[in-house]
Ligand binder design. Structure first.
Ligand SMILES: Cc1ncc(C[n+]2csc(CCOP(=O)(O)OP(=O)(O)O)c2C)c(N)n1
Ligand SMILES: [Mg+2]
Length: 376
């Protein structure tokens, strides 16, 4: 018997507002009302400002490591915009813009990177899970949440964010398999930003697209320009419809670029070409949207100036709130693990202040932090 083709596939890539400012009127028709485009641009600007201030907080020793979101704002923002407010957002750590859009107060993210776990105690009504630092783990949480939504017959879905590097993790493959085989209402939103720290995507994956990985599990998979907020909104809306109406998962590869270092602990100049960075600067999602609004006479330099001032004020106020939050009693680290504290742990709790940990006991006081304005 002659061999016959049993499967062929292709991956579509969606772009609506391209890097040259060309807008696809057909694909983009009635997608985002003008007043919302303005709000989305404002949200991107505030998030960019947040990055700058967070970076300075880290550099002045007032915060731990911080991963900049610069250049990737459109992917999480477009997604949060396209979903309902009770859909689960299951983030990684480069989704600030979308989380702020959902309503997360900015100080939560700062507290997280300051090493204060209260930054991860996200108000339940926001339907956002804690930032996931162990790469790929959150995909399984999203599949589980989506399964729960389906089981309870709720009209909700889960959307998880992760990077290109995460697609090489076992958790990624388990979550994708689980979601496709159990018909779960979940969206896998991969931010392919070209790099997993110093590993370029092209040596991480031999296939021409990451989206193909979804096809292998039998789920709808699509690519979009992740720096084009219109394209992101378009593909996420369709994925959400599929999740709600058909209980089927979707894999979305949003092609974007990390304009900053991996984190403040990294120096990307050591492993990537400056020309590549310059090329992607031309595709910056924020600049692209500003040009679009300016061209359409919906934006001008006066509005821009006012927005910049407002953004600085907002972020500085959030930094102040984060720095001024009262420290929790150290003994609190013992409170959440056991309903009834075992003897050995109780002993540790009761004696910790008499050991070398007990700085406060010995009267050593930390020097007061400078005000935000002093160093930012
Ligand atoms: C399980 C696990 N392995 C390794 C790391 C160290 N690590 C932190 S970020 C990162 C790269 C992730 O790359 P990608 O998924 O592309 O996300 P990006 O940082 O580019 O947004 C690695 C390997 C980790 N956090 N968790
Ligand atoms: Mg990456």
């Amino acid at each position: 018997m002659p061999a016959r083709t049993v499967f062929t596939a292709s991956i579509e890539s969606v772009s609506i507002l391209d890097e040259h400012g060309r807008f696809d009127a057909q694909l983009g028709a009635d997608l985002i009302p003008d007043e919302d485009v303005i709000k989305l641009y404002e949200a991107m600007t505030v998030s960019r400002q947040f990055d700058q201030i967070a970076f300075k907080l880290q550099r002045s020793g007032r915060m731990g490591t911080y991963p900049e979101n610069r250049g990737q704002e459109a992917a999480s923002l477009g997604t949060a915009y396209a979903l309902n407010n009770d859909d689960w957002l299951v983030p990684c750590y480069r989704e600030n813009t979308g989380l702020f859009w959902r309503g997360l107060p900015m100080e939560y993210i700062l507290l997280h990177w300051m090493g204060d776990e209260r930054g991860n105690q996200i108000p339940a009504e926001l339907c956002i899970t804690p930032l996931a630092i162990p790469i790929g783990t959150q995909l399984l949480h999203a599949a589980g949440l989506a399964w729960a939504c389906k089981y309870r017959k709720e009209d909700r879905l889960a959307c998880t964010f992760f990077g290109d590097g995460a697609t090489s993790e076992g958790d990624f493959h388990e979550a994708m398999n689980f979601a496709a085989n159990l018909d779960l209402p979940v969206i896998f939103l991969c931010q392919n930003n070209g790099w997993a720290i110093s590993v370029p995507t092209k040596i991480q994956c031999s296939a021409p697209t990451l989206a193909q990985r979804g096809l292998a599990y039998g789920m709808e998979s699509i690519q979009c320009d992740g720096n084009d907020i219109f394209a992101v909104v378009k593909v996420v809306k369709e994925a959400a419809r599929r999740a709600r109406e058909e209980h089927r998962p979707t894999f979305i590869e949003a092609v974007t670029y990390r304009l900053g270092d991996h984190t403040t602990a990294d120096d990307a100049r050591r492993y990537r070409d400056e020309a590549e960075v310059q090329l992607w600067m031309q595709r910056d999602p924020l600049v692209r949207l500003r040009n679009y609004l300016t061209e359409r006479k919906l934006w001008n330099s006066t509005k821009e100036e006012a927005l910049q001032t407002k953004a600085k004020e907002q972020v500085n106020a959030a930094a102040k709130r984060a720095e001024e939050i009262a420290a929790t009693p150290t003994s609190e680290i013992f409170d959440a693990m056991y309903a009834e504290i075992p003897d050995e742990v109780r002993r540790q709790r009761d004696t910790m202040r008499t050991s070398s940990l007990g700085q406060e006991q010995r009267g050593i006081e930390a020097s007061p932090a400078p005000s935000v304005e002093e160093t930012v």
